[in-house]
Ligand binder design. Structure first.
Ligand SMILES: [Fe+2]
Ligand SMILES: [Fe+2]
Length: 317
């Protein structure tokens, strides 16, 4: 028989693990400063200060790089919403409270440095960026229905931190600018440490209340949406990012979902009761569907890229 614990009991039981991992995080996290990652000598005034306003010809980023940068930045900008979710579902006392504050402060750097880079290098239209930020932050994060509680939140942020790590790293590659690449690698390293904290805490939750935790993990994965869900043009931009390998279904399955489930030994454990076993079956069926969807998506993508290449060839004839 596995135990059923309340949210409060789970947080109290896991507090020593939170404290040990907060200390581990603080010993691993490197201090870094956003201003060290921005090429300030490329900056100049806009029209309101006697200079020139943004024009598309000023950007050295490809369309794909622009879309990926803006998507990643708007995602980081919505930090107040994520903070609210985490602060409401984790305790604000002791090690939990310290973690929530520290994590929020670290995340804030990501939005600061990406915006500084984009404005200084004139990589994207700063007016359109500001308009999109206003819309996205006003809407806030929209959690799926019946979503909530510590276990679902810690499971979600485990996958979300790893997903943003992949997205930042691959965005760095398509920017074709070593400065942007270095900046996004720096951010990706932070996201990895965040993922490790949440993955460890969620793993400790699985050990403590296996059935409850696996139900939460299964619910989160089967309803997973990227944190930027709901921002202007998210669907269209998500398709473009997937098409260009910045964040696609195979990466979601192989680089995000599978390694985390393996780390938790989800399919080798023998501590589940009937509820946990049911969740595990549901999870296995979901992974099967996802594997088929990966193959389908890649076939479509190959066809689309081949059509585009043929069209380009026709145009050059
Ligand atoms: Fe971040
Ligand atoms: Fe993060």
């Amino acid at each position: 028989m596995t135990r059923e614990l309340t949210q409060y009991q789970i947080l109290r039981e896991l507090e020593p693990v939170a404290e040990a991992n907060l200390n581990r995080h603080l010993s691993m996290a490197k201090e870094w400063h956003p201003h060290d990652y921005v090429p300030w000598e490329q900056g100049r005034n806009f029209a309101a200060m006697g200079g020139e306003d943004w024009d598309p010809s000023q950007s050295r980023l490809s369309e794909v790089a622009k879309i990926a940068m803006v998507t990643n930045l708007l995602t980081e900008d919505n930090l107040p919403s994520y903070h609210r979710e985490i602060a409401e579902n984790f305790s604000q006392d002791g090690a939990w409270g310290t973690w929530v504050g520290r994590w929020t402060a670290e995340e804030n750097r990501h939005g600061i440095v990406i915006r500084d880079y984009l404005v200084v290098t004139r990589g994207v239209d700063p007016v359109a960026l500001e308009q999109a930020r206003m819309i996205h932050m006003t809407n806030g994060v929209q959690s799926p229905e019946n979503w909530g509680g510590f276990l679902e939140n810690v499971a979600y942020v485990t996958f979300q931190e790893l997903a943003t790590r992949v997205s930042h790293r691959n965005t760095g590659r398509v920017c074709d600018d070593p400065i942007a690449d270095r900046m996004l690698q720096r951010i990706a390293a932070d996201e990895n440490l965040h993922m490790i904290f949440y993955r460890t805490l969620c793993g400790a939750g699985l050990d403590l209340v296996p059935d409850q935790a696996l139900e939460a993990i299964t619910k989160v994965l089967t309803h997973f949406v990227m944190p930027g869900h709901g921002m202007p043009n998210f669907r269209r931009n998500g398709v473009i990012m997937a098409k260009h390998g910045i964040y696609d279904l195979r990466q979601h399955l192989e680089d995000v979902v599978a390694p985390v489930l393996k780390n938790w030994n989800v399919f080798e454990r023998n501590d589940f009761g009937p509820r946990g076993e049911r969740a595990r079956e549901e999870l296995a069926a979901y992974l099967e569907r996802l594997t088929q969807d990966v193959a389908k998506f890649e076939e479509q993508r190959d066809r689309m890229l081949a059509r585009e290449a043929a069209r380009r060839e026709l145009q050059t004839v």
